[in-house]
Design a protein around this ligand. Structure first.
Ligand code: IVH
Length: 665
């Protein structure tokens, strides 16, 4: 964060304290958080850093001094004989190796340690007590020592057996996580909204809110679920693996994703594998829990603070964080669209440093009421530029500035206008430098002409000296043109010309993608290439022809059609031909899947999604991203979700990876 003056820091600390207390209450006491855990953690982190810098403004009343939640007043209190501890978190591979180093230091040097690993369910911890095999009592974790007696409500959960299988004398304590599936959560929220009540922020809070209901009938309707992860009673087990086997034997449903790990590298492998499945699992998890497998070693390691040394939460990176907006700038796209982008105080989100977030358009800025100087919650999904999901308005200082979309293109200064019926602004100048520059960077990008040597800075230079005006000019460049330019050694000029020459032979689909036609991504380009076979056919295509292609909708068809009607574009195509661009026609190795449409879902274990798509295309088949009546086959990998259900509902043929392989081989 930017350096603050002492006075500013004091003010910020006060505001942060209030804000964190407020969100803490929403979360811990009312089960109704309004921001994500990651965003909340990020706020706490900022406060902690400021308190470390200015300890005089911290103090006992700071939320950073608090641990856990306090029990609600309405339930009977329950004192845990064995406290429910928490786990230390790690996020990085290195940290998990460090964990092993730390525990090894406390143990005899040659002792072999193995591990057990399971999912870290995102729900709430409960302890269940069975007397002579019969379920007697159950309580929430609370602050670890005092929880709430929620016995009646736990009895509504079908996956908690009321009687254990086998013969048991005395008390047995089982621990595990109560959670709500993603599907039940979605249905519940729909209902809540219909009834005019507030929606739950996430399945964990919905589960917590549902378990802490005074009326068990309400809990029953919330369809909660349970996974057991430990038995605290000594029943003679030697390892955690045995504990899990016993959990299953006495009547609890086994979690399908548990694994014995001989060493740390296997833990890392498992965590990565689970990371890939995460989205598709029917419930939410926030990482995996690794534990020393041997109970003897685990017990010997003891605890540190409030966490056992022998287990650790190896979490997935939080995808949200809190930071400040330094500025809002306008980026111009290759289609002339002006996109407002927030320039951020750099912040780490899920392992990557982020300094920009998209604000999409004018309406989004108004909806969020986001201003320059605001503290915002940002969210990253995959590799795309992050979104701003909320503004923490309580942290405003009244120095924030309102942003308005410009009425001129920031690059060529021609008028900019908002298109009728659309949310976006466009530059009115077809020859706008910014648009052309973007168009060329797209043209040479990895999935288009793949001329890696031609980076954005070089393109900028070539533009400014007038060597290129459109993408076809690239192919007329000579070594002698480049050498005189500043910072161009003979060698690098040679490399660039070599890379350009090599790129002249190009797959038809890549060529189409490189043109940068609006709404024409890679998948559409591949469909077009397969359908038309060569550039002349595509150039002459009528609107009806385009509309007839599977997966190409009206808007996309119109955009492609219009592109090929534009005289300047036809000139450009002529110029490509003159430059000696050689387009490779799409090859169909076989006609086995001719005309058949496939949808892929779930995690494929035998090949990547890309190679599966390639196999389908090469055999003459089509790929669609969603299941419809036009789908012929759904290839269902592991942990398939809604697509599988849709396919079943529509009667689409569902095939396994093996069956798919047989079809293409
Ligand atoms: S073991 C010493 N195993 O994570 C605590 N915990 O951060 C031992 N959790 O309060 C807990 N899935 O609510 C363990 N497979 C799992 C878990 C799990 C979720 C939760 C649990 C605990 C918190 C600790």
């Amino acid at each position: 964060m930017q350096e603050l003056s002492k006075q500013e820091a004091k003010k910020r600390i006060e505001k942060l304290k209030k804000e964190i207390e407020y969100h803490g209450r929403l979360y811990y006491v009312l089960d109704k958080p309004s921001i994500s855990d990651a965003a909340y953690d990020s706020l706490r982190k900022e406060l902690l850093a400021l308190e470390n810098q200015y300890p005089e403004f911290g103090g006992q009343n700071s939320p950073t001094q608090r641990v856990g939640g306090k029990p609600l007043e309405k339930f009977k209190k329950f004192a845990h004989k064995i406290p429910l501890l928490s786990l230390s978190d790690v996020f990085e591979e290195k940290e998990i190796y460090d964990w092993e180093k730390r525990i090894k230091k406390l143990l005899p040097p040659d002792l072999k340690i193995d591990y057990f690993i399971e999912l870290k369910m995102d729900g709430l911890a409960v302890a269940l007590f069975y007397k002579n095999g019969i379920f007697e009592k159950g309580a929430t974790r609370g602050d670890g020592y005092i929880g709430e007696d929620v016995t009646q409500n736990l009895k509504t959960i079908r996956t908690i057996p009321l009687k254990l299988e086998g013969n048991f004398q005395g008390e047995v304590e089982i621990r595990g996580e109560v959670f709500m599936s993603k599907k039940v959560f979605e249905e519940l929220n729909k209902e809540q909204i219909k009834k005019g009540e507030a929606a739950f922020a996430n399945p964990r809070n919905a589960a917590a809110g549902s378990l802490r209901q005074l009326d068990s009938q309400i809990t029953l309707g919330r369809k909660l679920n349970f996974f057991a992860y430990d038995i605290t009673t000594d029943l003679g087990r030697k390892t955690h693996l045995e504990t899990h086997k016993l959990i299953e034997k006495i009547g609890f449903p086994p979690n399908p994703y548990t694994q014995y790990c001989a060493d740390i590298s296997e833990i890392i492998k498992f965590q990565k594998y689970i990371g890939g499945l995460r989205e598709k699992l029917p419930y939410e998890i926030d990482g995996v829990v690794a534990r020393v497998n041997s109970n003897e070693i685990y017990n010997k390691l003891g605890t540190i603070g409030r966490a056992p040394r022998g287990s650790i939460a190896y979490k997935f990176p939080g995808l949200e964080a809190v930071t400040k907006i330094k500025d809002i700038i306008i980026q111009i796209g290759r289609t002339g669209r002006l996109t407002p982008v927030a320039v951020l105080e750099p912040v780490n989100v899920g392992g990557a440093t982020v300094s920009r977030a998209t604000l999409h358009n004018e309406d989004e800025i108004k909806r969020l009421d986001v201003r320059i100087g605001d503290t915002v919650v940002i969210k990253r999904a995959g590799d795309v530029i992050p979104d701003i999901v909320g503004v923490l308005k309580n942290l405003r200082t009244s120095k924030e500035k309102i942003f308005r979309m410009p009425n001129h293109c920031p690059l060529c200064h021609s008028p900019a206008y908002r298109k009728e019926g659309e949310v976006d602004f466009y530059c009115s100048n077809k020859n706008c430098y910014g648009q052309r520059w973007r168009g060329i960077t797209h043209f040479v990008s990895k999935n288009a002409f793949d001329i890696v040597h031609l980076g954005p800075k070089i393109i900028d230079k070539l533009f400014s000296v007038g060597l290129i005006k459109d993408p076809a000019d690239i192919f007329f460049l000579k070594k002698e043109d480049l050498e005189p330019l500043e910072r161009f050694a003979e060698k690098s000029a040679e490399n660039i010309i070599g890379a350009i020459d090599k790129s002249k032979k190009i797959d038809f689909s890549r060529f189409i993608y490189a043109l940068g036609i609006r709404h024409t991504g890679e998948e559409t380009a591949i469909n077009l290439a397969n359908y038309f076979g060569d550039l002349d056919n595509l150039t002459k295509a009528k609107l009806e022809d385009l509309e007839a292609i599977e997966d190409i909708g009206g808007v996309v068809a119109k955009s492609i059609f219009e592109w090929f009607q534009d005289k300047n574009n036809l000139e450009l195509i002529k110029k490509f031909k003159k430059a000696g661009i050689e387009i490779i026609k799409p090859s169909k190795i076989s006609q086995k899947l001719n005309g058949k449409t496939f949808v892929l879902t779930g995690t494929l274990t035998h090949f990547t999604r890309e190679s599966a798509k390639e196999m389908i295309r090469k055999s003459g088949g089509n790929i669609s991203s969603s299941v419809s009546l036009k789908t012929d086959f759904l290839v269902a990998g592991e942990a398939s979700g809604s697509k599988l259900k849709n396919a079943k509902d529509l009667g689409v043929k569902i095939i396994s990876e093996q069956e798919f392989l047989k079809m293409v081989q």
